[in-house]
Design a protein around this ligand. Structure first.
Ligand SMILES: CC(C)(COP(=O)(O)OP(=O)(O)OC[C@H]1O[C@@H](n2cnc3c(N)ncnc32)[C@H](O)[C@@H]1OP(=O)(O)O)[C@@H](O)C(=O)NCCC(=O)NCCS
Length: 307
């Protein structure tokens, strides 16, 4: 490069241009303007001071977006999106953007940084190891792999996902299943506060959809289980999260609520449903024939305050 590159901080003026840039530079993912705007602006802690664009002769050649979160008493920074234009790789642009992000995250109190696996609003739950240069880069920068996550996929054409019989059986046990409404928000949020506080953001996103992309099971008028879709990565056929209160597990509420979401997604025209960042692989494999489709490696770096 004859001219050095320049890194600018702040929201991009042309999100369509950045979305096309990311789409062309992500070999295993797609990006659209709508999805990028969700990742940037609908983040509950959206911060333009953590959005970095690299330019060479006024052409966008790199983009990195990070966010700060306090999670279970720890001060995290997360890189949510990162790419460098193919022809400009291996010239230090990725490293320069990361270093700018790390400095800003540390100045905002972060003590640990992770790559991509951002609770509340994320693109992918870690680095897909096929993005091998990204792994090489973060390891060179001092990150260590600490875990793995997987996305599963369910074939929505494999069934009509009707649940009437199961719903009748649950009704006989005093359990009502229905689509959530905006009025259910407080009650759903208090169930989430007991065990799944981090999922309140996605629940809020699902309730904002018309109709709400959330289903609930109630016993004695109280919400005891829920499932959501189209809350994160909107428009991509993204399921989850879902949960059943510990007292009422094993009655079939979870699989029923899962199928109600898959039916919605099928009716919206999706052919597959992505079941992301999965823990109970066997549950989804058994009830809806889902299979592991992608693996992600989770990486973390400790950063010292005031460094
Ligand atoms: C990951 C990515 C952003 C790196 O950007 P970059 O500007 O090429 O990175 P740098 O030039 O700063 O490279 C830093 C170091 O990473 C390592 N690295 C980067 N690319 C590498 C490659 N292809 N093979 C081996 N090591 C590599 C090297 O150690 C390199 O330092 P060096 O060139 O001095 O040896 C870029 O490859 C990219 O956009 N990939 C596609 C999108 C992506 O993977 N996003 C993240 C998904 S989780």
């Amino acid at each position: 490069m004859k001219q050095p590159f320049e890194i600018k901080t702040g929201w991009p003026l042309d999100t369509g241009g950045v979305a096309r840039f990311l789409d062309r530079n992500f070999d295993f993912d797609q990006m659209t303007t709508g999805l990028l705007e969700e990742k940037l602006f609908e983040d509950p802690m959206a911060d333009p001071g953590l959005c970095f664009s690299a330019y060479h002769n006024e052409t966008l050649v790199g983009f990195l977006y990070a966010v700060r979160r306090d999670i279970r008493g720890e001060a995290f920074g997360y890189v949510k999106l990162m790419a460098v234009e193919h022809d400009y790789r291996r010239k230090g642009i990725g490293t320069a953007m990361y270093r700018a992000a790390e400095e800003s995250l540390v100045s905002r109190g972060a003590t640990k940084i992770r790559i991509y696996d951002v609770p509340l609003n994320y693109f992918m739950p870690g680095i897909d190891p096929r993005y091998t240069p990204a792994l090489c880069m973060v390891w060179k920068l001092g990150f260590k792999q600490f875990g793995e996550s997987v996305n599963m996929v369910a074939d929505l054409e494999a069934s009509d996902w009707s649940t009437e019989k199961e719903e009748q059986m649950l009704l006989a046990k005093g359990i009502e299943v229905r689509r959530a409404t905006k009025e259910d928000k407080n009650e759903l949020f208090s169930l989430l506060a007991e065990e799944w506080l981090l999922w309140q953001n996605e629940a809020g996103m699902a309730l904002k959809n018309d109709p709400p992309s959330a289903h609930i099971a109630l016993k004695n008028g109280r919400i005891k289980a829920f499932s959501l879709h189209n809350a994160n990565n909107k428009g991509t056929g993204w399921f989850g999260p879902m949960g059943t209160h510990a007292d009422l597990r094993g009655l079939g509420m979870g699989s029923l609520l899962l199928k109600r979401c898959l039916k919605d997604m099928q009716e919206e025209g999706h052919r597959t449903a992505i079941i992301p960042w999965v823990a109970p692989v066997a549950f989804y494999a058994h009830y809806v024939g889902a299979r592991v489709e992608r693996v992600f490696w989770r990486n973390e770096k400790e950063v010292l305050l005031g460094k």
